[in-house]
Design a binder for this molecule. Structure first.
Ligand SMILES: Cc1ncc(COP(=O)(O)O)c(C=O)c1O
Length: 342
């Protein structure tokens, strides 16, 4: 059996609800290409459809597939206040007729009123999600445990809850969506000039490992450069190794961890805080290409491409746009624009 056939067969073992507008387009960014001295293409996973799209739609197809299989009527998820995962879950749950409870963690230190009430927070409200607060930032297992407690209370009141767990104690189900996306890009690569490197954000790492695993299993050796957006390269490396091995166990065997590439060049000053470099890159991408990228994920990924442009001269770079633009409205204070003058 070919790599493609075995991967498809392995993916088919997992329940799935299909909602992604796929294949998402691959576009050339000609203006930025000439500015940077390289050839820049972009995979538009900001255009995956439902609820402003983004990478989490592909991941949630598998979590919510499991939820439907378990006849759940209520979905629970935890994330940062401006989490795109939370907003996308609320949108997909709405479409499936499920109630949604979202728990917002204090992961980013800010006193911005827009951060607390606009962007994804506003969208969660529009989507009818019940919003809960978790007062700690970096405590994945604590946040999952609080969500499990809430699920227990909902169960007692007669609901059938399903929890989308983010912690490392749970299998990396969402990565399956990006194994499937790797199969999609593999088809698109056949009609494109050779891509030299793919840049992709690496947070929970499920997008990163899904693409990396899928491509390697299809015999495609393009480097997949994970851009750290949440933690340092050394911490992220440990996470990616673990998650990649777990994915191998869920599917058709391991890929070597030697294929993992990471950079944390764009991480500072930390998760969820827009750097000066990301701000400039967001503005430049909007002004040169009419394209929006976000302050937390795609902006930092593009910032890594800009910062590493010297080593990429003449190369064909594919930047994987994972969405997140609603957060632009939550970060408007950080852009520092003044009101128009009379
Ligand atoms: C817009 C966006 N891009 C990228 C990521 C990172 O993806 P992952 O958590 O799969 O590493 C996230 C995570 O929340 C996201 O919201």
């Amino acid at each position: 059996m070919t790599g493609k056939a075995s991967l498809s067969k392995a993916l088919d073992r997992f329940p799935r609800v299909r909602m992604t507008h796929a294949p998402t387009p691959v576009e050339s960014l000609n203006n930025l290409s000439s500015d940077l001295g390289l050839r820049l293409s972009i995979k538009r996973d900001d255009c995956t459809g439902i609820g402003f799209g983004g990478n989490k739609v592909r991941q949630l197809e598998f979590y919510l597939g499991q939820a439907c299989e378990q006849h759940a009527d209520t979905v629970l998820i935890t994330g940062a206040v401006q989490s795109n995962f939370v907003r996308t879950t609320a949108a997909m749950a709405a479409k499936l007729g499920m109630a949604c409870h979202v728990q917002l963690e204090d992961r980013v230190a800010t006193d911005s009123e827009h951060y607390r009430s606009s962007g994804n927070v506003l969208l969660n409200r529009l989507l009818g999600a019940s919003v809960h607060h978790y007062g700690v930032g970096e405590d994945e297992s604590g946040a999952d445990a609080a969500l499990d407690d809430l699920a227990g209370r909902l169960l007692q009141s007669g609901a059938c809850p399903y929890v989308v767990h983010l912690g490392m104690q749970h299998p990396p189900l969402g990565a399956l969506g990006y194994v499937s996306a790797a199969m999609e890009i593999a088809d698109q690569l056949q009609t494109m000039d050779r891509v030299d490197v793919i840049y992709i954000p690496s947070g929970s790492a499920l997008t990163h490992i899904g693409v990396l695993y899928g491509l390697r299993m299809l015999g495609i050796d393009i480097p997949v450069r994970g851009v750290c957006v949440r933690r340092s390269k050394s911490l992220q490396h440990k996470r990616v190794v673990t998650r990649l091995n777990e994915l191998g166990e869920m599917l058709i065997g391991p890929v070597p961890s030697s294929c993992i590439e990471l950079t944390d060049i764009a991480l500072a000053p930390g998760y969820g805080i827009m750097s000066e470099s990301a701000r400039e890159v967001i503005e430049k991408t909007a002004r040169r290409e009419g394209l929006f990228i976000d302050p937390v994920y795609s902006g930092k990924t593009m910032s890594a491409v800009f910062q590493e442009a010297d080593q990429l001269q003449g190369k064909h770079v594919l930047m994987w746009h994972t969405g997140g633009q609603p957060a632009l409205f939550a970060y408007q204070d950080a852009f520092g624009y003044q009101p128009p003058v009379e």
